[in-house]
Design a binder for this molecule. Structure first.
Ligand SMILES: [Zn+2]
Length: 177
């Protein structure tokens, strides 16, 4: 084997191992963007796949769900803000987080303003209300009507869709890193 062909072989192996969101990609079904005219952070699905960690991409861009008790934040009790892992928009406040026992971070209300968008979701034979980030359109989780007072709502959110910023290190604005 020549040096050159060995090099191409290694290159191919690396490409095959490169983390990507999933096999289902833009090439096969067009750019099935979750963003629309109301979102302010508009990137192609290819760009999202490139910059987001695998799990965040799976949840935010493909409406995936992480396994219960597997995420980073379901058992976090620190004070701070939960931002969108995709675009940095402040979505939830630790003051509104509660113990739901589900294994997913749960909040009884979102942060002030219109940080999230709610829409009906009939997938998996269930009628649920999907919660997405208003800025980038990323999927966050679902909201159910079995939460605690005062709202009676339970925002069941994937840790992978969130980025926690502790109060002591909080900075205003969008995170670019
Ligand atoms: Zn977002």
């Amino acid at each position: 084997m020549t040096k050159h062909s060995l090099h191409s072989l290694l290159l191919m192996a690396c490409c095959a191992l490169a983390p990507s969101c999933s096999a289902q990609n833009a090439a096969s079904n067009g750019e099935q963007a979750l963003t629309d005219s109301t979102t302010t952070v508009n990137k192609s699905e290819a760009e999202w796949r490139e910059e987001l960690p695998h799990m965040a991409c799976f949840v935010l861009r493909e409406k995936g769900t992480e396994r219960a008790f597997s995420g980073e934040y379901w058992d976090l009790h620190e004070k701070g803000t939960y931002q969108c892992a995709g675009c940095g928009l402040a979505l939830f406040d630790s003051d509104h987080k509660f113990e739901s026992g589900t294994g997913w971070p749960s909040f009884f209300k979102p942060a002030e303003g219109s940080a999230i968008v709610e829409k009906e979701d009939d997938s998996w034979g269930m009628r649920r209300v999907e919660v997405t980030c208003s800025a980038c359109g990323g999927h966050l989780g679902h909201v159910f009507e079995d939460g605690p007072r005062p709202t009676g709502l339970r925002y069941c959110i994937n840790s992978a869709a969130l980025q926690f910023v502790a109060d002591s290190t909080a900075v205003q604005g969008v995170r670019y890193d």
